[in-house]
Design a protein around this ligand. Structure first.
Ligand code: MRU
Length: 343
């Protein structure tokens, strides 16, 4: 796909401003790590793997600008600031940990050496993510061989990653295999990642897609119009519980009710074996205005109390399989996830 989500260019981080899609394709240039942190916080860039890649590039950028005299103090500050941007996607913390490991391994060889190593590591994380998505796409596609009607939620596409996508990576791989199918795209209230981003990506790729509002999913399933659901993930706990965009749990319950397989696709960087279950996953609460307003226009009475969790947790027993770049994980998840990540 021609669109670049994020790129390291001339010691700057350039990202497509996803807040403006699908109507405007404008790239933002981040000149220091604070710009990157603000871009993650304000959703210029979003989606678990893309947040991880952006954070890694943010660290590299910050390290490049850090004064030699106060380098170590500055490095800790950079990690802390980026670590406070968004709490749910574990890819953020995974990427920061990788950058911290590189810092520790190279620090004794001088600041210039660490700076170079951090920049290389950020590039490595970027490239690895694209490769992982292509690989997991193939594994996911093998699960959807007979599916003619596939539903997805939120945006787990090229825009949510360094490229190619996770759930949409599966859909891309399926298309590349020559299979004919159509995708139902849930609009994904309140932030509309489905309507604004997934619909845009699929249209660009000429993959047949139908946009629906979230509350139409059950109706379609009841009418026998959905053969499989595939979604991305922000964090997979050690027991297989999955945090993903708000509304994912509802879909999983509906899918179970109608005997429809429910698949989760994501790189191993989205698995958090230190998180015992979904109960331990922090759920981001976002601005009430995302619910009360649509494109800046109020749609609710002023002063109404609002609840706006950005993610929910789907219990492992509702998930048919989870696939990563290493293959497909089937239940029982506790044991199979442990084996999967250690190989
Ligand atoms: O709030 P967002 O847009 O960052 O949420 C994104 C999602 O929930 C995606 O489904 C998830 O990150 C997987 S992206 C490959």
């Amino acid at each position: 796909m021609a669109v670049k989500t994020i790129e390291w260019k001339n010691d700057r981080v350039v990202m497509l401003d996803q807040r403006l899609l699908p109507h405007k394709e404008i790239y933002r240039v981040c000149r220091d790590y604070q710009d990157v942190a603000e871009a993650i916080r304000s959703m210029v860039i979003r989606g678990a793997p893309a947040i991880g890649v952006a954070a890694a590039m943010g660290v590299a950028l910050g390290a490049l600008k850090a004064p030699v005299k106060t380098f170590d103090r500055e490095f800790e500050k950079i990690i802390a600031v980026l670590g406070k941007t968004r709490p749910t996607a574990v890819n953020l913390f995974w990427a920061l940990q990788r950058m911290r490991n590189v810092y520790s391994d190279h620090r004794s060889r001088g600041v210039e050496n660490v700076q170079r190593a951090l920049r290389d590591e950020a590039q490595k994380i970027y490239k690895e993510d694209i490769a992982a998505n292509k690989q997991l796409g193939k594994f996911g596609a093998s699960l959807l061989r007979n599916a003619k009607h596939i539903m997805t939620h939120c945006n787990a596409g090229a825009l949510a990653t360094a490229g190619y996508g996770t759930a949409l990576g599966v859909i891309r791989a399926l298309k590349e295999s020559g299979q004919q199918f159509e995708v139902f795209v849930n609009e994904t209230r309140p932030y509309l990642q489905g309507a604004r981003l997934t619909a845009w990506e699929l249209k660009k790729e000429k993959i047949p897609a139908t946009l629906i509002t979230d509350n139409m999913a059950g109706h379609l399933m009841q009418k026998g119009k959905v053969d499989a659901v595939v979604v991305g993930c922000d964090r997979v706990a050690a027991n297989g519980d999955v945090a993903n965009k708000i509304g994912t749990y509802t879909l999983a319950v509906l899918a179970r009710r109608h005997g429809i397989p429910f698949y989760v696709a994501g790189p191993t960087s989205s698995i958090d074996v230190n998180c015992r279950s979904g109960d331990d996953i922090p759920i981001e609460q976002r601005d009430p205005k995302e619910v009360s307003h649509i494109f800046g226009k109020s749609v609710a009475p002023k002063g109404i109390h609002i609840f706006n969790p950005a993610f929910d947790v789907t219990a492992q027993e509702l998930i048919t399989a989870i696939n990563t770049e290493k293959g497909v994980i089937h239940p029982p998840y506790q044991q199979n996830i442990r084996n999967h990540v250690s190989h």
